[in-house]
Every structure is written in C-alpha cells, then in structure tokens.
Design a protein around this ligand. Structure first.
Ligand code: HXC
Length: 522
C-alpha cells in the first residue's frame, strides 16, 4: 500500500487541523491564564451545559474581517464566541459562549453576527437561548462596527423577548454597554468571585468623575447585583452551579410562547392534605412567620426555585410544580417589612408575573401584606409609578390566576396581589384572613378622628373601636359575603383546592383588545 495520502485524505487532514486550531481558541497560554483565574473555557462550559455529545457548533471558522490595529496579523477562528445548539435534558437549546482566550471574548462584527445567527434559528424553531458571557466588551479595534454589533445583539434580545426564554450566565467581566444584552434577557445567573463583575462604568472612571473609591466587586460583583441592584436573579458559587441553575430553570420553562411548560411526574400525590400548614401562622397577627415554609409544604416535594432570592425580600417569587404542572408563585414575606410592598418588590413581582404570562405559566398569589410602604423615600423614588407595575402586570396577564389570602390583605397591596376585579380567576382565603382598606389601627384613627379628640379616655376609646373594626373586617367573611372571596378553606386543603382550580383553568382562554403594545408604567 502506498504511504502517499490521497487528495481526499489530505483534505480531511486540513479540515481536522483547522478544527483543532479552532478548538484551541486563543492558544494554550491563554487557556492556562483562563484556568488560573478559576474560569473554564467557552467549550468546557458548553460541554457542561449540553447532554453529552449533543452539541452542534456552527460558524466555527468565522473570523473578523477587520484589519485595523493588527487584527489581520493573527486571525482567530470563532471570533471570540462559540455558537450552536444541542440538547439539555433531551430538549433543544441554543447557546453562545464567549471565548475570553480570543481577543478577550470581545464583540466585533462577526462575533455579533454569530450570536445573531443562533437567535435567528432559535426563533424559527422556538427554542431557548442560553448566553454565557465572558468578554472585554466592544472590540476597540473594530470601532463603530463593534457598537453596531451590540445593536444587533440587543435587537435580537428584544425580538426574542416573550417568544423564547433567554438565560444569561455572567461568567467573566461585562463593562459598559456589554451589560445590556444580559439585562435584556429574562434571567441572569452570576457567579461569585473576583473574575466576575458587571457595571456600566468601572472603578477608574467612577474615581475620576465622582472621586469615589470602590472595588470591582463592591461596584459590580455578584453579591451587589443579587442583593442591591436586582440585576441578577440567581447568585451561585461556581461555574458548575451556574450551569446547573440554568438547566434547573429550563426544566420549568416551555421552549417557546406557543408551548405549555413541561409537565413532570413528580410522584407527589396531588390531593394530599398539607399537614401542619396552619401551625405556621402565629396567633398574634403582628408576628411574622416563614412564608417559604408554607410554599414548600404546598408544592410538589417541597421544591421551589426561588428567583431574586436576595433582592426585595419582602416579596417572594419563583417556580414550582403542583400535581406535576409548573406554576409561578408570588407571595408576600411577613419576615421583611411585615410583607409590605415597596418599589423593588413591585418591580420584582411585575417582571416575574409578565414572564409567567408570556410563557403560559399559571400564577398563584399567596397573600399576607399590610399595604404599600409609606414615607418620603418611597414616594420620592416613585412608588406610584413602580407600584402600578404590579397592578398592570396582573391585570394584563391572561394565564390562570389563583389567589390565596392567608392573612393580611390590606389596601392597594390587596389589589396588587391580584383580586377578582383585577382579573383573578379564583380568590380563596384561609380563616386567618383579614381583608380591608387599611389595618385596624390606622382605620380607627381616620374614622373616629373627632371622637378620639373629644373622648375622656382616648386610649380606651381607640381600643374599643379597634376591637369593633377587627370583628367586622379582620376576617374573610365580610368579603366572602360580598362575593369577593370564592371560598374560605381549611389551610390543610390548600394544595387540593389549588390543584383543582388549576385543572379546571387549564383550557382558559382570555382575549385582549388588539393593540401594538400596552404602556406599562416604567
Ligand atoms: C479589544 C480587548 C478588549 C477590548 C480586552 N481585550 N478588552 N481587545 N477590545 N475592549 C484584549 C486584551 O488586549 C487582551 O489581549 C485580552 O483581551 C485579555 O485582556 P486582559 O486585559 O489581558 O485580561 P484581564 O487582565 O483579565 O482584564 C480583562 C478586562 C480588561 C478587565 C476586561 O481587558 C479591560 O478592562 N478591557 C477593556 C474593557 C472595556 O473598556 N471595554 C469596552 C467597554 S464599552 P491579548 O492579546 O493580550 O490576549 C463597551 C461598549 C458597548 O463595551 C456598547 C454597547 C452599547
């Protein structure tokens, strides 16, 4: 046999060499540098995300057309981003992972075109996109073409919004406008650690402009964004956990807005009693308790994927299953500001409600709120504008909406947690519910202002009137008699009642007037 390779074999050799070069990204040195920062490479991350052997890379050989500032001296296959699709738990998902080893994962014309290509395909077939961001931002050498590239990515994010789920993993730096693609997606998962941060303006410029000294982490680390700014929905400890969180999240989501969320046989009996749930609420109505305890007892196997766990903790939102079907839960948290709603809580809830509505996920409200937070701070920052978002989001949502009032439900916050006239399909209450315009103390002082001034013993008078008010309104029956509550139930029946309501509402159809889009207060 001749040792000489055939022309075809030589072609194959060339292909394999070129692919090997592409898979090496920015080369061994830069891969080593990436690993030394505790970061994985783009391909290592994708290997963790996708079911084994299912990833199909596209535009592997694409590279920049730019020649300025030496870009023509060393060309990188892939142009700083690996793109393609594969299976996650057997379902098709598209992904891009920025490759920091190639020109710092920066975004230029071709890099953006590659992301645009997977969005085009993902939208055509109706599959989610996971973006793994690790980039120095706009590629300086490509000037305005890089900015144009960002415009293309942002446009794709917006076009896909509400059509396919979009999840971003922050796995490196993101500075300047580069933060806005993540912000335009549905969920951001961010890893804790020095190598991961995001801000519009970095510490150097902050110092020059404001004289303010701040570290990278204090300005834009995961802790800051998960607890203070609310930019980040899930904070995780490692790259592996980031990928696991993305997968877990995907397990609750339909692939697109035309599909139902995935049913899963959880093995948890749907009509079981929720034992002990009534012991969670203390006898004293002023005392807090753990609302998450109630949630975990109601949902399948106690599994609750909380979104925005560390931010605006006075409201709790997240995904769970009841009888195997996915639900979105919106619950007040009496352990934070007594469960009252402030600006951040309203923003958090409204965004979650709109996500669920866009992706056919029924909404369950668990209510225990004394009202909106008062005071100059909140009023000056626009609680009127922000609080209105929750009203808007619930009223606009056409998915099944079930409300369970477990304790206080007062004033504007009562409405904001979804009531009948706002569009709730069914409103239930526990016997511990209190439903009124305002709490007893405030109500009595307003209703009996003159009498209190004239009373010989104002304190006794107030006490007596509070008792009368509580008797009338601090229960669910006054509202139930008016038909505002569909049933008052024993807490142990909560799961069964919600499951039956969900089953009945499965084929719910509700239509809206045709319009270009609504104008949610921002
Ligand atoms: C071109 C860049 C780059 C950029 C990094 N690199 N950022 N190349 N344009 N924006 C290159 C570096 O030259 C280097 O190339 C490689 O990427 C790795 O960068 P290092 O600096 O060595 O890495 P590290 O020390 O980890 O620092 C990472 C970094 C830093 C913090 C991201 O590189 C940095 O500050 N870059 C600039 C960030 C920035 O200002 N971007 C523009 C933001 S404005 P070699 O060849 O040595 O490997 C923006 C506008 C978007 O993005 C607008 C949208 C509306």
């Amino acid at each position: 046999m001749s040792a000489e390779k055939s022309a075809y074999e030589k072609l194959l050799d060339e292909l394999r060499q070129r692919k090997e070069k592409a898979y090496k990204g920015g080369g061994d040195e830069r891969i080593k540098a990436q690993h030394s920062k505790g970061k994985l490479t783009a391909r290592e991350r994708l290997a963790l995300l996708f079911d084994e052997g299912s990833f199909n890379e596209i535009m592997t050989f694409a590279t920049t057309r730019a020649t300025e500032f030496g870009l023509d001296k060393e060309r990188y296959y892939g142009d700083g981003v690996v793109t393609g699709w594969g299976k996650v738990d057997g379902r098709t998902v598209f992904a891009y992972a920025q490759d920091f080893t190639e020109i710092g994962g920066t975004l230029g014309e071709m890099h953006a075109a590659k992301i645009g290509k997977i969005y085009e395909l993902a939208l055509k077939v109706g599959a989610p996109v996971v973006g793994i961001n690790d980039s120095g931002g706009a590629r300086i050498q490509e000037g305005a073409m890089a900015l144009e590239g960002y415009g293309l990515v942002f446009k794709n994010n917006v076009m896909a919004s509400g059509v396919i789920p979009q999840i971003t993993i922050m796995a490196g730096p993101a500075a300047g406008g580069a933060v806005y693609s993540p912000a335009l997606t549905d969920f951001i998962i961010m890893i804790k650690g020095d190598a991961y941060y995001m801000f519009v303006t970095g510490p150097e410029i902050t110092k020059v402009v404001l004289g303010e000294e701040v570290t990278f982490q204090d300005l834009g680390g995961a802790v800051v964004h998960a607890s203070k700014s609310g930019v980040v929905h899930f904070m995780v400890d490692s790259e592996q956990e980031a990928i696991n969180t993305a997968k877990k999240l995907l397990s609750y989501l339909p692939s697109n807005n035309m599909e139902e969320p995935p049913y899963m046989d959880t093995g948890d009996q749907v009509d079981r009693d929720v034992s002990g749930v009534d012991q969670i609420i203390p006898d004293d109505p002023a005392k807090p308790y753990n609302m998450k305890e109630i949630i975990s007892r109601i949902v399948d196997n106690g599994e609750f994927l909380e979104v925005h766990k560390h931010w605006a903790r006075n409201i709790i939102v997240g995904f769970a299953r009841i009888g195997g079907n996915v639900v979105g839960i919106v619950a007040n948290n009496p352990e934070e500001f007594g469960g009252s709603i402030d600006i951040d809580a309203a923003d958090k809830a409204a965004r979650f409600i709109r996500f669920c509505d866009a992706f056919n996920i029924p909404l369950i409200s668990l209510v225990d709120t004394p009202g909106y937070v008062p005071g100059t701070d909140q009023e000056y920052k626009g609680i009127i504008r922000h609080g209105a978002k929750m009203l808007y989001a619930f009223a606009e949502a056409t998915v099944p909406k079930i409300t369970m009032i477990v304790r206080k439900s007062y004033g504007g916050a009562h409405i904001a947690m979804s009531i009948k006239s706002l569009g709730a399909d069914l409103v239930y209450a526990w016997p511990t519910a209190e439903i009124a315009v305002t709490g007893p103390e405030g109500a009595v002082r307003i209703l009996y202002k003159r009498e209190i001034q004239q009373a010989s013993n104002p304190d006794d008078f107030i006490k007596q009137k509070i008792a009368e008010y509580r008797k009338l309104f601090a229960n669910p029956y006054w509202a139930a008699e008016k038909g505002l509550v569909d049933d008052v139930i024993e807490p142990k029946d909560t799961r069964r009642v919600i499951a039956a309501a969900l089953e009945m509402l499965r084929n719910k159809r509700e239509y809206r007037y045709p319009k270009k889009h609504g104008n949610i207060p921002l």
